[in-house]
Ligand binder design. Structure first.
Ligand SMILES: [Zn+2]
Ligand SMILES: [Zn+2]
Length: 108
């Protein structure tokens, strides 16, 4: 025979349950961001290539940060509001040179 373990009476405390208010103030993202792989593929997409060219042309083929024209130019996203970069409104995109871009971050 083994000793029966006595069940300890668990005291239940009535803690007030805090309910977190459901925030509505911030707009939730309406799209699922692309994975790294999908994004890399998207950057090779002709729709993005066309979009990039348009941004470069709009910005006069110069870095909007330092004015450089000799460095490799990249289109930087100020904001991501769409899943695919080619759907991004032009105002959310800006031409930067590679150097400025690297200073800012290491993504696209
Ligand atoms: Zn620059
Ligand atoms: Zn960027």
């Amino acid at each position: 025979m083994y000793p029966k373990k006595r069940k300890k009476a668990v005291k239940r405390r009535n803690k007030p349950i805090k309910v977190k208010p459901i925030g509505r103030s911030k707009k939730s993202k309406k799209f699922t961001p692309l994975t790294k792989e999908e994004y890399a593929r998207a950057l090779r997409d002709p729709r993005w290539q066309k979009k990039r060219l348009r941004i470069f042309q709009r910005d006069g083929w110069r870095c909007r940060r330092c004015g450089d024209t000799k460095n490799t130019l990249v289109v930087h996203h100020l904001k991501y509001t769409t899943k695919y970069p080619w759907n991004e409104p032009d105002k959310n995109l800006i031409t930067w040179c590679e150097r400025c871009h690297k200073k800012e971050h290491r993504l696209y």
